[in-house]
Design a protein around this ligand. Sequence first.
Ligand code: SAM
Length: 243
Amino acid sequence: MAQLQRIAIASSQFHSQHITLTAEQHHYLCRVLRLQSGDRFIAMDGMGKWWLAQLADTQANILQSLTVETELPVALTLVIALPKGNGFDEVVRCCTELGVTCFAPVVSDRTLLNPSSQKLERWRRIAKEAAEQSERTTVPTVLEPVSFTSSLSSVNNQKYICEARGDYPHLLSCLQNQEDGESNLSSQKTIVIATGPEGGWTQTEIESAIQAGFQPVSLGRRILRAVTAPIVALSLVAAACEL
Ligand code: SAM
């Protein structure tokens, strides 16, 4: 099945035996991918399900549902103070490949970027393309940017805030300790990781996060760029989950 092209399709386009295709999807399948009537492809609903489908003129017939296990065993939310420029594009691409479930971009005290609504559409498109490319069954959600303070209110039991300076435990050791304890990483739960902007978190932000139940953690002895830190953090979670 690996050689078949994959395309994300909205769940409203799925019917019992067939898929209605938008003009854009039809163009992509026929003109860009050069598929013809009768050719097969994989349709993903972006919410965990894949189907083997066969192109038939302007629609596609559903041949069978497919079982794919490429998702992490935990839901993983990245709270990220938006990096400057197009830095978040790269974060969305790489962290989607690594298995993130939800991006929660935030504007913190030292965030330099003022995000526009077009950016949100762009990030969602990048997440969809990266999910297709990395054979994920789920397309991560990209939430609208909010202030860092309002992002802290979520009720979750395993939350980490990455802080470049200070004597904090390494994220990996925290994840391994969790695994050894009663709530291990293979159970269905949400892990939240927060990473800061180029100028770092303010002391007040760190204290608010601790009050909201976040554990401050280190990602090692070197100072990572705002774009590198989330990729490193998510790689550690993915490795701890999948080893
Ligand atoms: N200007 C800050 C300073 O000098 O302390 C560094 C900020 S760093 C470029 C951007 C963000 O990446 C930080 O806020 C933190 O969330 C994360 N980060 C970078 N290196 C880290 C490390 N070694 N451990 C934990 N978090 C790190």
